[in-house]
Design a protein around this ligand. Sequence first.
Ligand code: SF4
Length: 261
Amino acid sequence: MATVSKIEWTQMTWNPVTGCTKVSQGCKHCYAERMAKRLQKMGVARYANGFRLTLHDDLVELPKRWRKPSMIFVNSMSDLFHEQIPLEFIQRVFRTMNECPHHTFQVLTKRSRRLREVADALHWTPNIWMGVSVENEKVLFRVHDLVAVPARVRFLSCEPLLGPLPNLPLEGIHWVIVGGESGPKARPMAPEWVREIRDQCQRAGVAFFFKQWGGVRKDLTGRVLDGKVYDEYPRIASTQESRVPSYRLLTPQSSFASLSP
Ligand code: SF4
């Protein structure tokens, strides 16, 4: 599946895998699960299995057909490093990314242990940005796994932010995204947690992107922090192999989407 994305920090989504299982507190109100079940009820063939892990073989090479250089979020409806996804399938997904230097791919996982284990069996072209979700201090180990991976850009998605992160290890990290949970049972995010992360990023010279306050009506709470919209992206030199479209193209869209994993 591929769609133009409403997620503020990307342009397109590509889902060669759908469905997942929960691994930590950040999964509790999984957006992908809600969407998959809704699409299943609507009779969308791609979601006949609901939220059960499903490989979509016919979508593995899809980005090769997209000519316009785009920022593509890989597997917004699953986790590419899920333990039930064969390494051979992950390698095929990577091969597609390797063969599409005109696109930039953003891969985000909560399965950092598996990511680290298989990283050497994958080819890390510079157009692949790799991230881990960090919702609270219990999962800080994911950052340590991530920095062992030879991706050109490594990023953290602190969303939904569920607790303070006063000691984020930012060495080797290029970008941090922060957001609160949204939806009917949204768990609260304290403004001081967000400020604390922003300040750590500023001290470490790491790009900081504040996605949303979240809450039950996130359209009302917006994304302004201390009078400012934080829309930073990692500063990387453009190369032949990774022709990322101008980051200015990626300024916020009015969005109500959340993201997984
Ligand atoms: S898609 Fe992400 S948030 Fe949802 S269950 Fe999987 S890892 Fe958790």
